[in-house]
Design a protein around this ligand. Sequence first.
Ligand code: CU
Length: 286
Amino acid sequence: MPTPALPPQGAPDRSRRWRRVRRAAALPLAALVLSGCTVPGFGASPGDTTSSKSVFHLWQGFSIGAVIVGGITVGLMAWAVVRYRRKGDHIPVQHQYHLPLEVFYTVMPILIVFGLFAATLVVENKETSNPKTNVTINVNAFQWGWQFTYPGSNALVYGQTTQSPVMEMPVNTNVHVNLTSTDVIHGFYVHAFNFSRYALPGVVNQFTFRAENTGTFFGQCTQLCGLYHSLMWFRVKVVSPAQYAQWLATFNNPAAAAAAAAAIKTTNEELASGVASKASYTKFGR
Ligand SMILES: [Cu+2]
């Protein structure tokens, strides 16, 4: 009876080792897939608006890219250390350069930077697109409070230091915000929206919120703007469109109309006097 050919010595050992390596590599991947493809937040929160979520996804993409690049780099370093550790007294082959490798590590970072730039540009363009909407809120920051007026209605919310005002807005609706200041630089920050923007005298910063959930969210000034800066709070109340319409309707009376007209007149006067040297400013109207 002929004896079957034996595999070369060492081969089964090597294939077993490879199988073990593959199994170890598959474990974290399987864990990620089985956990319902939940990509970690890498220390950030998704926020409550459409744009905060797209910024969050950008951050996730960047972080995953960093983990991959870092993993490959550390892996290659570890492999080189182990694979080419000193085994004897002979000097390894000496190379002056390795052209393909040098081209690779010059081109690859450039491609990565372009990739990150393109992804940022897409998200930024979405952020600053300001789609057309019929809900607009004029936000005016001052020492030390906030004023919210709603063009097309008499709604006026004014609050300072000890009484934090509430900015009411509808859910799942594009809300255009015109933000300015009548005195010094303030910061309009809503933690739950992952959003912060300067309120600058003489400049109207415009942006759009699209809140995805109802609720009341905390906001505050984030620029040291004077004595009561720390008390310059406000809240953002996101309600259903019907509730929002109902709230606006509560201002449909002559007293509210007079109050709103007076407040807007004062704000516009302050804006005009505060930025007299500036080329232009936008009047807050109704
Ligand atoms: Cu402030």
